[in-house]
Design a protein around this ligand. Structure first.
Ligand code: SIN
Length: 297
């Protein structure tokens, strides 16, 4: 029997009483899945998982994705996307050093965006006893519920375009600016034409009904939404800025302070998330698996 303890007001819960390195019986898995969809973000402390065990557990939720950035996949485990500021013996980054700079939901620019992501904390930076590199999650379903009715009717009709191209170009420009200002340097090349061509822009409704919970949520995010359709870019930018400010209000946000051995999963249809980069030169190493979700319309 698992225990579920709520961690945030609208989202986030700790699940205890389970060892994810062991095969789970169907009943325990069903309890975990139910807690996951109810709480949108769930985490398990003190897990000891090999990459194969993380893959086996998350695969129970569906088909795993291999990230478009091949250079950041774990050797021999294509399904694991490595997030880290660590370098190998030759000075080369062992994973993506800059994933999650903007609020986003994973792979939301795809026709079949991710449903679930699972992040396993292998190394966590600690300074003066305090964990650094926290991850923030915002519930876009709670944010939708809190909109006035007139606003709900308006956003229900809106469509938006998610663009990997615009995201990568914006992210790259921000990295160059960080480097120029001496804030942080990451090993990332400008996106290649092949990478950009491999993930075309996707137009979809702003409001998405969750296939499991049937709750409505705002499926827009600062990282990947390029524009709202049917209006000028300036109008779109202004409207999006208001909606982002609404979604990321503290009452809809859960902040996770990591411990080594945490396995945390979030529902990309219901929440968006953002990383923090306050820990260099302390090492941080995380392994992420993502489960493909249903197609957007
Ligand atoms: C991500 O966007 O998946 C990265 C989150 C993190 O590293 O905190």
């Amino acid at each position: 029997m698992i225990t579920v303890t709520r961690a945030g007001k609208h989202l986030g819960a700790e699940i205890s009483g389970v060892d994810l390195s062991q095969p789970l019986d169907d009943d325990t898995f069903a309890q975990i899945a139910s807690a996951f969809f109810d709480n949108e973000v769930v985490f398990f402390r003190n897990q000891t998982l090999t990459p194969a065990q993380q893959i086996a557990f998350t695969r129970r939720f569906g088909v795993l994705e291999a990230h478009v950035r091949k250079e950041s996949r774990l050797a021999d485990h294509d399904e694991i996307f490595v997030l880290s500021n660590k370098l190998d013996a030759g000075g080369k980054a062992i994973g993506a050093q800059d994933a999650g700079r903007y609020w986003h939901s994973d792979l939301s620019y795809k026709r079949e965006p991710s449903m679930l992501s699972a992040l396993y904390a292998v190394e966590v930076p600690i300074k003066d006893g305090v964990a650094l590199g926290n991850t923030y999650f915002a519930s876009s379903t709670a944010a939708y519920d809190a909109l006035p009715d007139a606003m709900k009717q308006r956003v229900d009709k809106l469509r938006n375009v998610h663009s990997y191209r615009e995201y990568r170009l914006k992210n790259y420009a921000a990295q160059q600016e960080d480097e120029r200002r001496g804030i942080r340097t990451v090993q990332e090349h400008a996106p290649t034409p092949e990478q950009l061509a491999s993930v075309p822009d996707t137009e979809m409704d702003v409001v998405r009904t969750h296939p499991v919970t049937h709750r409505k949520g705002l499926f827009i995010n600062e990282g990947h939404t390029a524009w709202l359709t049917g209006m000028s870019r300036a109008e779109s930018d202004a409207e999006l800025a208001k909606l982002y400010a609404h979604i990321t209000q503290p009452e809809f946000v859960y902040c996770h302070a990591w411990r080594v051995g945490d396995l945390l999963m979030w529902d990309n249809i219901a929440v968006q998330h953002k990383a923090t980069f306050d820990y260099d030169p302390l090492p941080r190493l995380m392994y992420r698996t993502t489960v493909r979700g249903p197609a957007v319309v």
